[in-house]
Design a protein around this ligand. Structure first.
Ligand code: HEC
Ligand code: HEC
Length: 457
């Protein structure tokens, strides 16, 4: 059974709400009343599943239900972060106390006695240390710290979701604030320009068709010279909300991400020199860069423009978001009861946040081994393991966001799953581990389809 889905502290704030919701379905809003008898059946279905998911939820519900106790949650998430890179340092923290216990237990030292004898000296030493530290802190060169922080990593704009009128664990999407429209325009042009690639034939949009779900509809992508890729292209829609990029999360920011397609021999087979030289030889681009950045094209400016465009690709106004914002009629009864099942079956434990995913790493086959035949496992199936080399990261992937999922098939990291129905069946069997009915699957799919929002112009 799963479920230690929580990988980083951020989403922790979401989970208690999700669990609360599951624990008290009766706290539903007026939407309930507008539903017909069919919904009642579905809630009954859902109840059955709940008892079967039981184990799965116990830990989470018990520990998370009092979302007031932030400290408790913080500790809990620390303990649970089995996929967290930092867990190595967690371990070292854990060993310290053990060592101390051994030392005292050995009988060679009697701390109390020592304290009595050397208390004053110890106190003085401590005081000196504290004063010394304080002195060095206040006299430290002030400018160094902030500057280092500023250059160490690209600042990511803070994302603020729209306000929900309902007490639900998912927030409606809102556009990023403070995007520069002219930079977006330039980024859009670059994104769609095959001139950036090695053979002037492949653009970002060849594999990420923004008006068709933000990907290419193929199991795996075809790049420069008809090179065949090895994983399914994820959507660029709402990609700016992912806590890391790629199925295995090997880069964090969109700026870093750009390095891969530009250089990859199976994608665009290009280089920044090539890109910059191509743009510099185009008068139209020269004046557009001048207008947006006050200077000629550079690697940094190209990245900034494309990333601005990617940040603009937030798909607001989905029926589900309209419902969250208070429109009672935005969801029909199938969609609504599908959402109810989504919470009931604890899909929400992994697929959460405003993008309904993209906030944590999880194992494919959390409840039941997915890759039953070890012979059939390919390198790409190892997921996060390829980045960290940790045994526990085998078959671990960044949980994909489910916004617009109706138009991002085929599914899973290898594009092996044709339909959304099949993807949901796999999730119920291998991630949640409960028997299911085709009726449940149908309703969940109806809910997932309500997550398709408006693709920005
Ligand atoms: C040949 C097809 C192809 C081209 C061209 C391509 N991509 Fe991708 N893109 C992919 C594939 C495949 C992945 C997933 C790779 C992985 O996870 O290992 C991906 C991943 C991404 C992601 C991460 C999304 C996520 O959810 O993790 C972003 C963002 C992205 N591409 C943007 C771009 C941009 C910008 C360009 C143009 C500079 C570009 N891509 C060009 C195929 C392509
Ligand atoms: C334990 C965490 C976990 C749970 C619980 C979970 N998922 Fe997933 N889900 C994942 C991961 C990880 C993937 C990506 C697996 C891969 O691509 O190999 C995924 C993929 C998906 C996909 C395919 C998305 C795509 O773009 O390919 C859908 C759809 C989906 N989940 C829906 C659901 C539904 C519905 C439920 C509840 C019945 C659910 N998930 C429960 C972790 C989870």
């Amino acid at each position: 059974m799963p479920q230690q889905p929580i990988d980083q502290p951020e989403p922790s704030k979401q989970l208690p709400a999700a669990q609360n919701e599951i624990a008290s379905p009766s706290a539903e809003t007026a939407a309930n009343e507008s539903l017909d008898g069919e919904t009642l059946t579905s809630e009954a279905d859902a109840d059955t599943s709940e008892s079967e998911v039981g184990n799965n939820q116990v830990v989470d519900v018990d520990t998370l239900i009092d979302d007031e106790t932030e400290l408790d949650n913080a500790t809990l998430f620390d303990e649970k972060s089995s996929y967290n890179e930092d867990s190595a340092s967690d371990n070292s923290q854990q060993t310290e106390p053990t060592v101390e216990v051994e030392a005292t237990g050995s009988g060679r030292f009697n701390p109390k006695e020592l304290l009595r004898q050397y208390g004053a000296t110890a106190l003085a030493c401590c005081l000196c240390l504290v004063l010394g530290f304080a002195a060095s802190w206040f006299t430290r060169p002030q400018s160094v710290v902030p500057q280092e922080e500023a250059t160490a990593e690209q600042p990511r704009p803070v994302y603020v979701a729209a306000t929900s009128r309902r007490n639900e664990p998912i927030s409606p999407l809102a556009p990023f604030a403070d995007l520069e429209p002219r930079a977006i325009e330039l980024g859009k042009r670059l994104f769609h320009d095959p001139g950036l690639s090695g053979d002037a034939r492949i653009s970002c949009a060849s594999c990420h068709q923004v008006d068709q779900g933000g990907e290419d509809g193929r199991p795996v992508s075809i790049g420069i010279g008809k090179a065949v890729g090895n994983v399914n292209a994820p959507t660029v829609l709402n990609a700016a909300l992912n806590f890391v990029q790629f199925w295995d999360g090997r880069v964090e920011t969109l700026e870093e991400q750009l390095e891969i397609p530009i250089h990859s021999e199976t994608e665009m087979g290009s280089s920044w020199e090539r890109v910059v030289s191509y743009l510099t030889h185009n008068n139209d681009y020269m004046s557009q860069f001048e207008e947006v950045f006050g200077g000629p094209p550079t690697e940094e400016r190209v990245k900034e423009a494309i990333v601005a465009y990617e940040r603009s690709l937030i798909t607001i106004d989905s029926p589900f978001d309209d419902w969250l914002k208070g429109d009672e009629l935005a969801l029909d009864s199938d969609e609504y009861s599908g959402y109810y099942l989504f919470k009931q079956l604890n899909c929400i434990a992994c697929h959460q946040g405003p993008a309904i995913g993209g906030t944590m790493f999880q194992k494919l086959g959390e409840a039941k081994t997915y890759f039953a035949d070890p012979q059939a496992v390919r390198e790409i199936d190892l997921g996060r393991f390829n980045v960290t080399g940790h045994e526990r990261d085998k078959f671990v992937f960044r949980v994909p966001a489910l916004r617009n999922v109706a138009s991002t098939g085929p599914y899973l990291h290898d594009g092996s799953v044709e339909t959304l129905e099949q993807a949901v069946e796999i999730m119920i069997e291998y991630q949640v581990g409960v028997p299911t009915t085709s009726e449940d699957v149908r309703r969940i799919v109806a809910f997932l389809k309500s997550l398709s929002g408006r693709v920005p112009e």
